[in-house]
Ligand binder design. Structure first.
Ligand code: DOR
Length: 435
C-alpha cells in the first residue's frame, strides 16, 4: 500500500540500484545513502547508521527528484480543486520533488507577499519544493506589468500570465526587457486569442464531427513566432509552456539555431494523445492547448528525441468532478498529470521513441537547465539537493483513483495501463513516499 511520511531524520540505504543522473553523466549500479540534507553514492560501511532503513535496489532505478515546470496547486482561491499539501502528495507519488507553480490562483500571484506565501506554506505543510512563476501582469489581466524585480526579490523564478498569453506587443516587449535586465525567465502560454477565440478543441475533422467550432492549431505558432522576434530584440530568456504544434517547434528550433535563450516543454497528454480522443465528448480530454493532430504529435515526438524540446512538464490542472461534468463546451480546460508523468515517458520508451536515459533527462537535467539551477536535477553534481525517486521499471499499473493522490481525479489517462511505477520518493534526504 502506498504510504506518505512526514519528514523524519532516519537515514536510508538503497543498495545495488541503477543510478541515472544525466547532468553528472552517471549511469551505473551503486549504493545510495540518504540522510537529512545529504546524499552519498557508495558510502563507506562505517558511514551507514545502524538504524538506517534498508531498501534492496535490485531492478530499480534511482533518479534525481523529478522537476515539473508547470503545475497548478490552486492555493489560494480554489482549494476545492487542490492545495499545496494535496498537490505535494500527488507530486511525491509521481517522484516529483520540485514544482513550478503557476500564478492563476485567486488572488493571482502578482505581489511579493503572494509569492512569498507559496514557499512558506509549502514548508509549513512539509510539501515538495515549490518554485513560483509569478504573474507578468496585474491580475493576469494583460493591462499593466507587475513589478518583476519585486517578485523576483520575493523568490519568483519566472513570470507568466499562464492560462493566457501576454498578447499586447508593447507590453510583451516591456516585460521581456525587464526580464533581460533581471535575468528572469518569461514563460509563455502561447495562444493568439484573436485566432483561437477560446474554442474548446483543435479545429479539424473531430471538431467538425462534434459540431464544435474548434481553434486553429496555428493560433499557437503565430504567438511563438511573434515572441521569438521580440526575444531577438530584447535578449530575454523565454520558455514556451506546453508547446503542442509543429509550427511552434519550428520557431523554437530556428530561435535556438540563432543562439537565442529560447526553451520549451511538452506535456504528456500531447505526446500520447490526439484530438481524436475528444470524439466522445469526454471532458477528460479537454485542456488548453487542446489535443492536436497525429501529424503535430509526431513532430513533438521527434522533438523530444532530438532534444529541441528541453523538458516534459505536466500542466497539472486539477478540476473537480462536478466542474468537469459540465459538458465539453462549458467544462474548464485542464487535466492532472503529476502522478503519471514519468510513466507516460516510459510508455514512449516502450514504443521506441526515446531511450530510458532521455526519459530521465526530460524531467531532471532538462528542466534544471531551463531554470538554470545547478542544484536541481542531479544527485552527483556538487551542491545538489538530496532529492531522489526510485522507479521500478518492471512494475505496471492501471491509472485509477487508487493511484491518484491529489484532490482532483481529472486525468486523461484514467483506466490506462502504464509501465514503470515510482516506488519511493525522498526530499532533502528524507523518505516521504513509498509503495
Ligand atoms: O488546460 C489548462 N488548464 N491550460 C491552462 O493553460 C491553464 C490550466 C488551468 O489552470 O486549469
Amino acid at each position: 500500500m502506498p504510504e506518505f511520511f512526514e519528514p523524519r531524520d532516519r537515514a536510508t540505504l538503497v543498495s545495488g540500484v541503477r543510478v541515472i543522473d544525466i547532468a553528472a553523466d552517471v549511469d551505473r549500479s551503486a549504493d545510495v545513502l540518504l540522510a537529512p540534507g545529504r546524499i552519498t553514492l557508495d558510502p563507506r560501511a562505517a558511514d551507514v547508521p545502524d538504524d538506517a532503513l534498508r531498501i534492496d535496489g535490485a531492478g530499480l532505478w534511482a533518479l534525481p527528484g523529478l522537476i515539473d515546470l508547470q503545475v497548478h496547486f490552486r492555493q489560494p482561491g480554489f482549494e476545492h480543486k487542490e492545495d499545496i499539501a494535496s498537490g505535494s502528495r500527488a507530486a511525491l507519488a509521481g517522484g516529483v520533488t520540485t514544482v513550478v507553480v503557476m500564478p492563476n490562483t485567486k488572488p493571482t500571484l502578482d505581489t511579493a507577499e503572494a509569492v512569498a506565501f507559496q514557499g512558506a506554506e509549502a514548508q509549513r505543510v512539509h510539501g515538495v519544493r515549490v518554485l513560483v512563476a509569478a504573474a507578468a501582469t496585474e491580475g493576469i489581466a494583460g493591462k499593466r506589468l507587475t513589478d518583476h524585480a519585486a517578485l523576483q526579490g520575493a523568490g519568483a523564478v519566472a513570470v507568466t500570465d499562464d492560462g493566457y498569453p501576454l498578447s499586447d506587443d508593447a507590453l510583451m516587449r516591456a516585460s521581456l526587457e525587464q526580464c533581460a535586465k533581471l535575468d528572469l525567465l518569461f514563460m509563455q502560454h502561447a495562444e493568439d486569442m484573436s485566432l483561437s477565440h477560446g474554442e474548446p478543441m483543435t479545429r479539424g475533422a473531430t471538431s467538425e464531427a462534434l459540431g464544435v467550432s474548434g481553434q486553429p492549431a496555428d493560433a499557437e505558432g503565430a504567438m511563438v513566432e511573434r515572441d521569438v522576434a521580440l526575444v531577438g530584440e530584447t535578449g530575454a530568456r523565454y520558455h514556451v509552456l506546453h508547446l503542442s504544434t509543429a509550427r511552434s517547434l519550428r520557431a523554437v528550433r530556428a530561435a535556438k539555431a540563432k543562439g537565442l535563450a529560447v526553451t520549451c516543454e511538452a506535456s504528456p497528454h500531447h505526446l500520447l494523445l490526439t484530438d481524436e480522443a475528444c470524439a466522445g465528448g469526454d471532458t477528460h480530454f479537454k485542456m488548453n492547448p487542446p489535443l492536436r493532430s497525429e501529424a503535430d504529435r509526431q513532430v513533438l515526438l521527434a522533438g523530444i528525441a532530438d532534444r529541441s524540446i528541453d523538458a516534459v512538464a505536466t500542466d497539472h490542472a486539477p478540476h473537480s468532478a462536478e466542474e468537469k461534468a459540465r459538458g465539453f463546451r462549458e467544462a474548464p480546460f485542464g487535466v492532472i498529470g503529476l502522478e503519471t508523468a514519468f510513466a507516460a515517458l516510459l510508455s514512449l520508451v516502450e514504443q521506441g521513441v526515446i531511450d530510458d536515459r532521455r526519459a530521465a533527462e526530460l524531467m531532471t537535467a532538462g528542466p534544471a537547465h531551463v531554470l538554470r539551477r545547478a542544484d536541481l536535477g542531479s544527485i552527483a553534481r556538487p551542491g545538489s539537493v538530496a532529492d531522489l525517486c526510485l522507479v521500478d521499471p518492471a512494475r505496471r499499473f492501471t491509472v485509477s483513483e487508487q493511484t491518484l493522490f491529489g484532490r482532483s481525479k481529472n486525468s486523461a489517462f484514467l483506466g490506462r495501463e502504464m509501465p514503470g511505477r515510482v516506488v519511493a520518493t525522498f526530499v532533502d534526504g528524507r523518505l516521504r513516499y513509498r509503495v
